[in-house]
Design a protein around this ligand. Sequence first.
Ligand code: MV4
Length: 454
Amino acid sequence: MIQKILIANRGEIALRIVRACRELGIKTLAVYSEADVQSLHVQLADEAICIGGPRSSDSYLKADRIIAAAEIADVDAIHPGYGFLSENAKFAEQCESCNIKFIGPKSHSIKMMGDKAVAKDTVKKAGVPTVPGSDGPVENETEAVKIARKIGYPVIIKAVAGGGGRGMRIAHNDISFAKEYHVARNEAEKAFGNGSVYIEKYIEKPRHIEFQILADSHGKVLQLGERDCSVQRRHQKLIEESPSPFLTPDLRKRMGKFAVKAAEAAEYENAGTIEFLVDAKGNFYFIEMNTRIQVEHAVTEECTGIDLIKQQILIANGEKLDFDQSDVKFEKHAIECRINAEDPARNFAPSPGTIGLYYAPGGHGVRVDSHAYSGYAIPPYYDSMIGKLICFGHDRPTALKRTYRALSEYIINGIKTTIPLHKAIMSDPTFMEGKATTAYMEDFFARTPTDLFS
Ligand code: MV4
């Protein structure tokens, strides 16, 4: 059995991994940057090693230093969390070749799904519905515009190395297409060192619905239901919930089956997510796969009662999933609000600084995953998410009211946070009626005075 795990991350997810390890009787090693000495995961882990300067590029992204720390402390495995090195196929390979278990999929699956055109082609060949578009990357502008015309405008141009909304451009006609095609290529080249792009029909105001997958190293692939992540701003999710208020039992069942098929096509192992776009008519299309544990995994944990981090560790240890698809019961409705150190009334400007009083809500059906505490100084170098509030109950109205209640109890003094914004959304009729699409936030801001969430 795995005896000791290095946690190659920070913040709430590092803490979440420490907690899972404690319950499994596994020792933990925290690696941290000079800016994170005060961080809760450093205090709570059994051992801690400083790996470099405050900037991620000097610490949490330094694969060699992390592997060196792993060898010095003699760990059996590395949990990458999300972000940083979690979807870096080279790092996974490096771990494998150093005889350290990478708690995640095999590097070939990361590589395959990391190329969004290969990912799409792979699942399409397995019969999973994908958005009509080019067959893989487009070679040049002449070919590209031909394909765009054939698909019919509007179209979306996506970087094969992109994902999560980075490197995408929308075109409505031949003229804008010529421009956006070059902008997309240049942006992709700059951002990823790979200018390759592919084209898809642009689906207007879709819902963004993803399925949680767990797959063991013995070929068992299970789906743990969906999360509706439609409430997002500039590709940053703000709220996630499960079950999706939009899906019918029949649609859910069909999508779940295709999610399993997609994961099987990727020869997937460990926890992963299959992302779909769903249009107003209920047509659904695979768009990409995330080969990591996600921020919003806790939503699925509260709906199913399954501890996803523990399952990740057991799978990496070579164990068989000890339950079947029919054992997965969806008994709760859960809503997650991301609590960011940002000012929603000032265009989400980062609001780092020292927290004065911190008081997290509690009570029936409330979970808070956060590394924050009274007196904690939020470093300016990293993601602004300082916590997640997950509220759950037997149905959506219960979860909604509970979320509003818990947000009202949450005290984070000294900095601006997204708490007031979440309160405004939880009492907004469109959201309450379960009608939010990916166009929701923009519309919400257009019709809501900022004093309602500042
Ligand atoms: C799309 C789409 C519409 N049509 N693909 C955004 C996240 C990334 N995982 C995929 N995304 C989208 N892909 C097709 N064929 C709409 C989105 C999308 C989006 C795109 C541009 C600007 C804002 C957006 C917000 C949500 C989803």
